[in-house]
Design a binder for this molecule. Structure first.
Ligand SMILES: NC(=O)c1ccc[n+]([C@@H]2O[C@H](COP(=O)([O-])OP(=O)(O)OC[C@H]3O[C@@H](n4cnc5c(N)ncnc54)[C@H](O)[C@@H]3O)[C@@H](O)[C@H]2O)c1
Length: 407
């Protein structure tokens, strides 16, 4: 995105300018000390962000896989001269008085079991997306969260990507677009990356592609629509990727493309397109209201040293971004991972610990994103449109569907 040290435009520029210089959540010794549960790709991103932001210290990691521990230790040696404790037992690690807050970034199918143990600590938790791989487990996570004495923030950090920060600001300032009528999102990208034990190549471990990958987008669409999803139709499947892939003798069953249509109860119509057999990454959000159209896009690359670009366009007469504007964070922030989104997710966590209201996903919002993803996957499986209320009743989350607000 930008190649200067300053962000290029708008709301994002204000956020960078107001970066908090000091932590409001200090222990007596100083900064809060984090435990990272799962030291794989995302765990190492959390290590990096913590050090670059400087709001917390990393106390230690827990991971059953030796190679992940070694990679994390080698990353850590470049980031800090302080020791990184490797805990052998999750419960002992969580209950260690040297740990103040816990980041869970183990694979999707472990989230619920890991969370049950982590919750014994009563300490603040940042739980990676998706909250669980099934709606039944997600409901249990919600129950744990509702009784929990501290913060549980969900890792839907696409909310903090520069183009979506700007887009959500414009959409909420109703004077700009006016009441929203349609929302269209899409993601075109390369295939799933290698993971430890290839958990993301199997529906039973990831929850399925629309749960694993797309809960981020359904979260954003729910926030924009601010209404219950009423009817969902999805079509998709396995076109190109991992068709002959096996792991320990089990064939992959993961989908690589889908098209999803969502009718929201307030009349907003939404669509989502996923294609995972592309060379480069391109994401787009198009929102049309009574007064104009907004386009937020990101062109990025998985190839090293390839520039990326995020843009925002607001086609409302007189708007300063009527012609597309580049948006983005300074390179030192973007380089910490996910183009700076994880960095601002940590700032949100940090602020939540100080009791501030932030724009991070709550367990309820994470469950709404999982409901849309799961209903879409079910629609793909049965080849028919799904009534979301009936689907939720069938899946044991009917009361949540009736009683909770979206958005
Ligand atoms: N928010 C995002 O944009 C984003 C991006 C990537 C991944 N993620 C999420 O982060 C999580 C991890 O993904 P990843 O890409 O780092 O996968 P990964 O395979 O690279 O790393 C997962 C690590 O967890 C370890 N692990 C397995 N079981 C464990 C357990 N019971 N306790 C502790 N550690 C355990 C594995 O050994 C591995 O080192 C997933 O839930 C994934 O969906 C989120």
């Amino acid at each position: 995105m930008g190649d200067s040290e300053t962000p290029s435009w708008g709301r994002v520029a204000d956020n960078v300018a107001s970066l908090i210089p000091e932590s409001p959540h200090r222990t007596q010794e100083g900064k809060p000390r984090l435990l990272i549960v799962g030291a794989g790709m995302m765990g190492r991103e959390h290590l990096r962000v913590t050090q670059q932001l400087g709001w917390a210290e990393v106390q230690g990691i827990v991971d059953p896989f030796n190679s992940s521990i070694e990679w994390a230790q080698s990353d850590w040696a470049r980031l800090s001269s302080q020791p990184l404790q490797v805990y052998a037992d999750l419960r002992d690690a969580c209950l260690d008085s040297a740990v103040d807050a816990i980041v869970i970034c183990s694979p999707n199918h472990t989230h619920y079991d890991v969370l049950k143990i982590v919750c014994e600590s009563g300490k603040p938790i940042l739980l990676e997306k998706p909250m669980a791989t099934t709606l039944v487990d997600a409901m249990e996570v919600l129950r744990l969260a509702s009784e929990y004495p501290s913060v549980i923030q969900l890792g839907m950090q696409y909310r903090f990507k520069a183009q979506y920060v700007e887009a959500l600001f414009e959409i909420r300032a109703k004077a700009s677009l006016g009441p929203v009528k349609t929302v269209a999102m899409s993601e075109y990208r390369p295939p799933f990356l290698d993971k430890v034990n290839q958990w993301n190549k199997f529906n039973r471990h990831s929850g399925g592609t629309l749960v694993e990958k797309c809960c981020h987008y359904f979260d954003l669409m729910n926030v924009i629509a601010a209404s219950r999803p009423k009817k969902i139709y999805a079509s998709g499947g396995r076109g190109v990727n991992f068709l002959d892939f096996e792991w320990q003798g089990v064939p992959s069953d993961i989908d690589d493309h889908a098209m999803v249509i969502i009718d929201y109860a307030n009349g907003i119509r939404a669509s989502f397109t996923l294609n995972m057999f592309c060379q480069e990454l391109y994401e787009e959000l198009v929102v049309v209201g009574e007064c104009g159209r907004l386009v937020a896009s990101e062109q990025a690359s998985f190839h090293p040293d390839t520039p990326s670009e995020a843009r925002l366009q607001v086609e409302v007469p007189g708007h300063s971004a009527y012609r597309p504007q580049g948006v983005g964070y300074p390179p030192w922030i973007e380089e910490t991972g996910h183009y700076g989104a994880t960095f601002f997710e940590h700032i949100a966590f940090h602020r939540q610990l100080a009791g501030e209201r932030v724009d991070a996903a709550t367990p309820q919002q994470a469950l709404w994103s999982l409901i849309v993803a799961s209903a879409a996957q079910y629609s793909m499986a049965i080849g028919q449109a799904v009534d979301v209320a009936a689907f939720c009743t069938q899946e044991g989350v009917g009361d949540f569907f009736e009683d909770s607000e979206v958005g």
